[in-house]
Design a binder for this molecule. Structure first.
Ligand code: GLY
Length: 372
């Protein structure tokens, strides 16, 4: 089965081009894929304690099958790990392990580990190569591809980091079975985002196949991860450092990040849940501004509901601050340029565009109504 369900994509970035391999059973085959990158048969793996308990031994066996030795460090699971203290620990551990300039660091985990390990690799000895082995749906379709690495600062999320492309991404769709339904479906928010931003036919396909995909259909999972990575790879190849089009990948994130911040990056709202609610708000705003028909936000909301996802602000447990406070949180975002907030809006499903031209009053009214 794993031979049939195997896809390989290329991120075309000249000298920094790399493959994304997608399918079930890749941990067991990791050695075969990683070996061509190695000067000596040894890798240093950064992971988290939860993922280590579930998948580290499979990776060890997969590497050992090709005679590759592995040392590993498991950091605590959770967003709080994306911070200076854990970053320092990771970098010092890599130095203690005598990781050389020509060695390869492996990131085994979700977005937190991928971002932290990638940033550690970016600065260690002025840059060593790294391999992403994403274990969450969110990391497989978004954060492991494209080379954004970094940590959070006390001043805000992802404010410290570097663009550092991986040398390989291995997205083992078999490991998605170990995610909780909530984590899986939160990651699905990022999958829907790709349909919404640039591929209406993919959104149609998700409406048809989303329920089977959530229920565990492996062919559907591979297809969804592949189409998402294909779109991301194309956008990153066009605009690696986000001077233009790459911002499309932030559809739903302007609202989503403000909501995550308002809920303290806690269990009340997972990143992908914030993105899904943010996409619904971005489409609603687009309809109110006369950019797209009301049918588009209605259809989106219907699909999110059908998938059992959070759609409305009232789906977030606990109190939320008012519209003014949410707008202040948006204004602190990285997406502000010359004091103007960047929004991703849409002319329809699959037709998103970047704009700095959104009247503040329209955003305030949208949030007021959404909070009512
Ligand atoms: N997650 C957004 C990006 O990679 O640009």
């Amino acid at each position: 089965m794993s031979d049939i369900l195997r896809e390989t994509l290329r991120v075309e970035l000249g000298a920094r081009a790399y493959d994304i391999v997608i399918g079930p059973g890749l941990l067991a085959e990791a050695g075969r894929h990683v070996a061509p990158l190695l000067r000596r048969p040894r890798v240093a793996v950064l992971t988290d304690e939860t993922v280590a308990g579930l998948h580290l031994e499979s990776l060890r066996a997969g590497l050992a099958a090709e005679g590759i030795e592995m040392v590993s460090l498991a950091l605590p699971a959770g967003e709080a790990t994306k911070s200076w203290p854990h970053f320092t620990r990771a970098v010092e551990w890599l130095l203690e392990q005598k990781v050389e300039r020509s060695d390869v660091v492996v990131a085994l985990g979700g977005g937190v580990i991928g971002d932290l390990a990638g940033f550690a690799a970016a600065v260690l000895r002025r840059g060593v190569r790294f391999v992403q082995i994403p274990t969450s749906l969110l990391a497989q379709v978004d954060s492991s591809v494209g080379g954004k690495t970094g940590i959070n600062a006390p001043q805000g999320k992802n404010l410290v980091g570097a663009f550092h492309q991986p040398s390989l991404v291995l997205a083992d769709t078999g490991v998605l079975a170990s995610l909780s339904p909530r984590d899986f479906i939160a990651g699905y928010g990022e999958v829907v985002k790709y349909g919404l931003l640039g591929d209406a036919a993919f959104f149609d396909w998700l409406e048809q196949n989303g329920p089977a995909l959530a229920a565990g259909d492996m062919a559907a999972r591979v297809a969804a991860v592949t189409r998402s990575c294909q779109m991301k790879a194309e956008i990153v190849a066009r605009d690696e450092t986000e001077q233009g089009d790459r911002a499309l990948l932030n559809l739903g994130h302007t609202f989503g990040h403000a909501l995550e911040s308002a809920t303290g990056y806690s269990d009340r709202l997972l990143h992908g849940e914030g993105v899904a609610i943010g996409c619904a708000l971005a489409f609603e705003l687009s309809a109110r501004l006369g950019l797209c028909a009301q049918e588009a936000p209605s259809r989106l909301r219907q699909h999110l509901r059908a998938m059992g996802m959070k759609v409305d602000l009232s789906d977030i447990p606990g109190e939320l601050p008012g519209a003014e406070a949410l707008m202040a949180l948006m204004a602190q975002d990285k997406k502000v340029v010359d004091g103007k907030l960047r929004f991703i809006l849409a002319r329809g499903i699959g037709e998103a565009f970047v704009t700095f031209d959104v009247p503040g009053e329209a955003v305030r009214k949208l949030l007021d109504d959404a909070l009512a």
